[in-house]
Design a protein around this ligand. Structure first.
Ligand SMILES: NC(=O)c1ccc[n+]([C@@H]2O[C@H](COP(=O)([O-])OP(=O)(O)OC[C@H]3O[C@@H](n4cnc5c(N)ncnc54)[C@H](O)[C@@H]3O)[C@@H](O)[C@H]2O)c1
Length: 261
């Protein structure tokens, strides 16, 4: 494999989960030191051990992305251990299913705080150090096609992902003079725990099985198969790499043809 990230340090949030772990594996396979961060320290440790076993460089850190203090602590710890963070990927995310009329404010606040605040404050903390050191860098948010269309059963989630698409545009313009690119990937229906949980919930509400619920959704995807976490990691790696250095402020649909705008 090419070594596009040799000598660079990356911080990935939610890297104990399906997509974050795949991004982390890919960056490590191409030579980066990867800081695996997650609110679950066990999941972070597992993902980091997996990378080290394959000969990659990885460290594990517990990080709750809703806390700017926690983010600052982890960014400093990673820099002390592995050098300046010049790549960041925000994959920490949550979703719950509620009928539109029933979403409680606590869930609205939590989803916005993890998915949207957790992206902005990680970008802010990592970019601050890149700007101070004048080294440039690249950052990617994991948004979603859910941020493009209507989400009547996850209005908070859809709003959080539309927010990520907006933050990416603002960050790209603010940070371009500092040679930092900022983009997002909008995946479709990915084979992870999150997708399984969504279809368990939706199936219960619809009175069908989880398999039927997922099959119904998949029938709307032109490519016709479930997306793998590696399908998402491929696009994130391109955007982070020198190959993507003239792309900024974009949110790329990587969704098997599910969405176009
Ligand atoms: N699965 C899909 O179909 C899909 C589609 C589009 C976008 N996404 C997005 O991709 C990202 C990753 O999702 P996934 O499918 O890998 O789900 P996942 O549940 O496997 O992983 C999410 C990870 O985020 C972590 N997390 C949750 N709250 C956190 C917090 N406060 N601080 C730090 N970490 C926290 C979890 O512990 C988990 O490891 C999410 O932002 C999700 O919204 C997923």
């Amino acid at each position: 494999m090419e070594q596009r990230f040799e000598g660079r340090t990356a911080l990935v949030t939610g890297a104990g989960g399906g997509i974050g772990a795949a991004v982390a594996r890919r960056l490590a396979a191409e030579g980066a030191h990867v800081a695996i961060t997650d609110i679950s320290s066990e999941a972070a440790e597992r993902a980091a051990a997996d990378i080290r076993q394959s000969g990659g460089k990885a460290s594990a850190h517990r990080l709750d992305v809703t806390s700017p203090d926690d983010i600052a602590r982890v960014v400093a710890a990673v820099e002390a251990e592995a050098g300046l963070v010049t790549m960041a990927v925000t994959a920490a995310g949550i979703i719950k299913t509620y009928p539109f009329l029933d979403l409680p404010i606590e869930d609205w606040n939590r989803t916005l705080s993890v998915n949207l605040g957790g992206t902005y404050f990680v970008f802010q903390a990592v970019a601050r150090r890149m700007v101070e050191e004048n080294r440039g860098g690249s950052m990617v948010g994991i948004a979603s096609v859910a941020g493009r269309g209507a989400q009547p059963q996850a209005v908070d989630y859809g709003a959080s992902k539309a927010g990520v698409i907006s933050v990416v545009r603002s960050a790209a313009v603010a940070l371009a003079p500092h040679h930092i690119t900022v983009n997002a990937v909008c995946p479709g229906i990915v084979d992870t725990n999150m997708t399984r949980a969504i279809h368990d919930d939706r199936a219960r509400i619809a009175g069908i099985s989880a398999e039927e619920s997922l099959a119904k959704k998949l029938s709307t995807v032109p490519i016709g198969r479930l997306q793998t976490p590696d399908d998402v990691a491929n696009v994130a790696a391109f955007l982070l790499s020198p190959d993507g250095n003239y792309v900024t402020g974009q949110s790329i649909n990587a969704c098997g043809g599910l969405e176009f705008d």
